[in-house]
Ligand binder design. Structure first.
Ligand SMILES: *Cc1c(COP(=O)(O)O)cnc(C)c1O
Length: 410
């Protein structure tokens, strides 16, 4: 989003006009930004057999998946439904890595039937998989390296209390199961969580993965998960991908030499690919002054963007209706009947009722975590590609709220 002739635009598309045409609340995604992020990642690991497995759960609109596919990426799916969305977007089954957590074995079998690549994250499923498929279906193993990484406990997944992955301390047990069922392990995986800043954290994880990999002879790839940090505030430090590419790339090459085979290096970015592309555009319903603050109440809330309430996430905001206005402080709140704050103590250009407020960085875990709480409709979604705005999801309507209800004759 940028200012051009005092109007906020994305690829030349005027955002106020877009809101007038499509209504609010509206999720808008800048396709160019997604492509730019993919290209940065490719450049950072240039020269290595890199595969980018987009983490579908961040933003699973099929048109967005198609855009990401057009850039040569593949996907990671955490549910069978996400896998079906990816298939609908045109991904081949073998391009989909299925990385669920705590699902029943039936769902794993369904994934095998579909031809997905399977990533196993607990001993129980590993044994059932070995019993059922032996060496006939390869699989990947998700390892929990027990490193504390990431900015927020709720989004860290690699620590000792985490429910994800098979503990690195259980590798001996894993090897026994694999050997006794002649299983074909073609990859090892770790995903230590989101918002990891330091290349060193990835490198520590990588060393643990390399150590484990020495005990598996049929590997084709190592998957380092994700967790690349994006900037939420101005001045926020982000993961230096070029630094990571240099250091991890070198370590990876060294390992492959020792292992005796060139493996593929995989990542599963979600947030990194789509977060910065997205804006949630909402209208100001009410400006309410109380003894404590000035509330700016909008026609959206935690039902459409839960990250501020769930993770205390900071999302930058802009009053796009008043680009040059004097700065005033507001508490931006939603219309949900709960404490429903989108932004505390925000400096915005002076706002009046009807003004459009853009919440930045909402491409990831925005719409995909949206709900119908308070029986509100979920927003429409727009994808801007090649200078053109495309509606990629209609705004919900009343019939959507009752679609699956069976209304009793009482
Ligand atoms: C959520 C998830 C990701 C993506 O994490 P981001 O922080 O959005 O990049 C990658 N891999 C797996 C297995 C995940 O569950």
């Amino acid at each position: 989003m940028q200012l051009s002739n005092n109007r906020y635009v994305i690829q030349g598309v005027d955002l106020l006009n877009l809101c007038a045409e499509m209504g609010t609340p509206l999720y808008v995604y800048d396709g160019n930004k997604i492509i730019e992020q993919i290209n940065t990642l490719k450049k950072a690991f240039d020269g290595l057999p890199l595969k980018i497995k987009y983490a579908t759960k961040a933003l699973s609109n099929v048109s967005v998946l198609k855009l990401i596919k057009s850039q040569g990426c593949e996907v990671d799916a955490v549910s069978i439904q996400e896998a079906h969305l990816a298939l609908l977007a045109g991904f081949k089954p073998h391009e989909i890595l299925f990385t669920p957590n705590m699902v029943g074995f039936e769902e794993i079998q369904e994934a095998v039937t579909l031809g997905l690549r399977i990533n196993i994250d607990n001993i129980s499923i590993l044994e059932q998989f070995g019993d059922k498929y032996g060496s006939s279906v390869p699989c990947c193993i998700r390892i929990n390296p027990h490193i504390m990484a990431g900015g927020n406990h709720k989004i860290s997944t690699g620590h000792i209390d985490s429910k994800f992955g098979i503990s690195i301390l259980q590798m001996r047990h894993v090897e026994r199961i694999v050997a006794s069922h002649s299983m074909h392990i073609d990859g090892l995986h770790m995903h230590t969580g989101s918002d990891i800043l330091e290349s060193e954290v990835f490198l520590r994880g990588a060393e643990i993965l390399f150590d484990a990999a020495r005990n598996f002879k049929d590997l084709r790839f190592l998957d380092f998960g994700s967790g690349f940090k994006v900037a939420y505030k101005e001045g926020d430090i982000t993961t230096d991908l070029y630094d990571l590419g240099k250091k991890l790339g070198q370590a990876f090459r060294n390992f492959c030499k020792e292992y005796g085979r060139e493996l593929e290096i995989w990542f599963e970015p979600g947030k990194y690919l789509v977060s910065e592309s997205g804006y949630l555009l909402v209208s100001t319903n009410v400006i309410k002054t109380t003894p404590a603050t000035v509330f700016l109440g909008v026609n959206s809330g935690m039902n459409h963007l839960i990250r501020p309430m769930m993770y205390e996430a900071y999302h930058h905001m802009t009053n796009i209706s008043n680009p040059q206005g004097v700065q005033r402080m507001y508490s931006v709140v939603g219309y949900i009947c709960e404490t429903d704050t989108l932004g505390w103590d925000r400096k915005l250009s002076e706002a009046k009722e009807g003004d459009i407020i853009a919440t930045h960085n909402t491409g990831a875990y925005g719409f995909s975590m949206a709900s119908n709480y308070n029986s509100r409709f979920r927003p429409a979604e727009v994808l801007i590609v090649e200078g053109k705005a495309h509606l990629i999801r209609k705004r919900e309507e009343f019939a959507d709220l009752t679609a699956n209800q069976i209304i009793l004759d009482l």
